[in-house]
Design a protein around this ligand. Structure first.
Ligand code: SF4
Length: 272
């Protein structure tokens, strides 16, 4: 079934943008740029079918969009994530040509990733509105969007994959440069769970067991005890990670399995 796609409503956001919790009110249609640096176009810097996602999502056709509202010091996409002018402009024609190729490789969904797709909701909705046989839509996000942004995605997204990165505001401010992180992300998790299936992802960070991993698990156990939790242990000290003593290390061997066992014993629904 073709989803409800309110691309016109979304475009109005670009006059006074409040798509993410920076709420900078940039008039992106007039060339103003907020912290994310994005204008009105979204650009795809990579697209391919991948098998490295959670087992229930693969094979998945991922579309990587440049531009992001966070500045995580350990970002593996680095310049591609932070420069929204990188890549090919996303249009309905671009999607119309790409989707069949993904299908031919077995992709069972399309997945919007970044950078951060939320800052590009108007362009994504506009492109998808031109596709008749749209596959199920997966939305992998930092979840720093606003309720207004999530409203635009209601009825459009089949599976949300929030990257729940930090278990407290101090780590988020120091490492990703954003305030009020924990309250924003947990509010959005509740919103997303009312709209679609949710798979919470957490990338384990070196030295962040007590301050991030444990509080995230405890919050999930309290508020969303049956939600699927995917714990990732592929951390690499990329971009500016070496400016932080904690982030300049690799994870200790076996920490991924230890985390999965710990979260499972706690009672969480840990998936692979
Ligand atoms: S998405 Fe970009 S322009 Fe919009 S509020 Fe966030 S930082 Fe500002």
């Amino acid at each position: 079934m073709r989803p409800r796609i309110s691309d016109e409503l979304a475009r109005r956001q670009l006059l006074q943008c409040q798509l993410c919790e920076h709420r900078c009110l940039a008039n992106r249609s007039a060339g103003e740029r907020g912290p994310c640096q994005a204008l009105t176009e979204a650009r795809v810097f990579r697209q391919r079918v991948e098998w490295g996602e959670e087992s229930e999502l693969i094979p998945s056709h991922l579309f990587y969009l440049s531009g992001c509202d966070l500045r995580c010091a350990f970002c593996i996409a680095e310049a591609n994530a932070f420069d929204p002018l990188r890549g090919t402009v996303l249009t309905a024609d671009f999607l119309r040509q790409a989707i069949p190729k993904g299908r031919a490789q077995g992709a069972k969904n399309i997945q919007w990733v970044g950078g951060e797709p939320t800052i590009h909701i108007p362009a994504i909705l506009s492109a998808m509105a031109g596709i008749d046989d749209l596959p199920p839509v997966v939305w992998k996000s930092d979840f720093y969007g606003t309720p207004e942004a999530f409203e635009l995605l209601d009825g459009v997204v089949s599976v949300f994959v929030p990257d729940f990165k930090f278990g407290n505001d101090e780590c988020a401010q120091r490492i990703a440069g954003v305030p009020r992180y924990f309250g924003v992300v947990t509010r959005n998790l509740r919103l997303a769970a009312k709209q679609a299936d949710v798979i919470v992802r957490h990338l384990l960070l070196p030295e962040h067991w007590d301050c991030c991993f444990v509080p995230i698990c405890e919050w999930l156990l309290r508020e969303m005890p049956t939600v699927k939790l995917s714990l990732r242990d592929g951390y690499l000290p990329m971009w500016q990670a070496r400016q932080h003593a904690d982030l300049s290390q690799l994870l200790k061997p076996g920490i991924g399995d230890r985390a999965r066992e710990w979260a499972t014993r706690l009672g969480l629904n840990v998936i692979r």
